[in-house]
Design a protein around this ligand. Sequence first.
Ligand code: GUN
Length: 298
Amino acid sequence: MATKKETVLIDGRLVAKKIKAEIKKEVAEIVDRGENGPHLAAVLVGEDPASQTYVASKEKAAHEVGMISSTYRYPADITEKELLEVIDYLNSDDEVDGFIVQLPLPKHIDESKVINRINPAKDVDGFTPVNVGNMVLGKPALLSATPYGITELLKHYKIKTEGKHVVVLGRSNIVGRPISILLSQKAEFGNATVTLCHSKTKNMSDITRSADILICAIGQPQFVKADMVKEGAVVIDVGIHRLGDDSAKKGYRLVGDVDFNAVAKKAAYITPVPGGVGPMTIAMLLKNTLLSYKKEIH
Ligand code: GUN
């Protein structure tokens, strides 16, 4: 019987570090020319602990590569009108090259109205209709950071997508939908046959078992079990959840959308959680900020 090849752990921290080192070098050159360098701003509404952690990580990463970073914090009862005024202010501030509005927003605020207000040239999350539309059309766009990070991971590990069956679990605007579009495009790291599964998909396991590359962004802890995965598949786990664990120092441990230990035994490549897709999202946000600074997209 043929023995199974070793599973390759896709090291997002390593790839993100390499990308951040390239960005840092370029930022240093910009600053050496006497310019201020790229400035990334974040808007944080309310007290959601996960959002606070994400924004703090983004701020720290921006500083690591020599960028200017600022966070605009508002209470959860900020009105939609007030928040739109903050967006207008950041759009018009020449000192800010790119900014994000951390999601989710409180229920009384219409998220799409807020996102629509962001100047596409400063939309380093790639969430505005202009950037999404250009991405769909294969035109230059600021790409949503997580899908962009996934394509960079595939490139780094030389995982070919052409002609492969990619199955994406989850149809969110932030991950599932854009990654399904990017990988089906006529491009080197595209040309895949993509199936997008969601909560109404029937016989999901039959579909996932035919995936050469399985991208899991369904938002449910350890949803993907070993019997849903083909032997030798590439498994990309976008989920991140806190699971109560009394044996852990913090009282919880982080898990993804994939039952990692069991699925890793079957996969040829797999991303861990933490340390897989997460660090790449931040690296690509910085990359987008640099692109905005250089006005290479818009
Ligand atoms: N909330 C969860 N992920 C993200 C993200 O990538 N960007 C923003 N702005 N909010 C998020």
